[in-house]
Design a protein around this ligand. Structure first.
Ligand code: IYR
Length: 227
């Protein structure tokens, strides 16, 4: 018996592997890439409803992400209530107005021109669902002390990536929205002190005839090096 894992209190279960031949792997990895490459950020949403069960499956898919010491330092708030969505839109637009009228640099505004963004955020009311991804910097300890989580931004970023892939897989579209600052969400959603909003992601069907910017992804040579 190997004693590599000397912490023998740990329980281990067999890993359920999926293995493929080299040819199958090439085919599968290519078709996965081609499918994932169809994901686009969409800014025009239909108000067609999306069942809550779909949203819950998407959240469960996101929560399969790895996290520092398996602390799973995330909460996904699902908002469909029109009154709450309106409050979020009003507060986000107030912040974004300031961003677009002085808080963002000229270079930043120029970089965003091709996306056609401005301080108006109608998608915050039109999309049937908003997902507010929150990060938990710490957990409250038994004596009320703060017990820090590990690699919180990395963990929640990984979960958010999986969330976007799950949304795409369901045939829906999303917009990764980063109103700044986001503390209005803590208040509107009455989140506990150890949580901070991380991303605000409207989810739904694209509006009829929705268009996306004609922009390209970088090439393999631009994004990778082989050693
Ligand atoms: N948060 C603003 C501005 C914005 C910033 C970046 I970087 C983008 O890629 C898109 C928008 C907004 O949501 O409008």
């Amino acid at each position: 018996m190997s004693d590599t894992h000397s912490s023998s209190e740990n329980n281990y279960i067999p890993y359920e592997k999926d293995t493929y031949s080299a040819d199958e792997m090439i085919q599968r990895s290519r078709s996965f890439y081609e499918w994932l490459n169809k994901r686009r950020t969409v800014r025009d949403f239909s108000d067609k409803p999306v069942p809550r069960e779909v949203m819950e499956n998407i959240v469960m898919a996101a929560s399969t992400a790895p996290s520092g010491a398996n602390k799973q330092p995330w909460t996904f708030c699902l908002v469909q209530d029109p009154g709450v969505k309106k409050q979020i839109r009003d507060a986000a637009e107030k912040e974004e107005y300031e961003n677009y009228h002085g808080r963002m640099s000229d270079r930043w505004l120029k970089d965003l021109e091709k996306f056609g963004t401005d301080w108006h955020k109608p998608f915050l009311e039109h999309a049937p669902w908003l997902i507010i991804v929150c990060k938990k910097a710490y957990e409250p300890g038994e004596g009320g002390e703060k017990v820090n989580n590990y690699y919180v931004n990395e963990s929640v970023g990984l979960a958010a990536g999986m969330l976007l892939a799950a949304i795409h897989h369901a045939g829906l579209v999303s917009l990764t929205h980063t109103p700044s600052p986001m503390n209005f969400l803590t208040k509107i959603l009455n989140r506990p002190e150890n949580e901070r909003p991380f991303l605000l992601i409207p989810v739904g069907y694209p509006a009829e005839g929705a268009k996306v910017p004609a922009i390209a992804r970088k090439t393999l040579e631009e994004i990778s090096s082989v050693y």
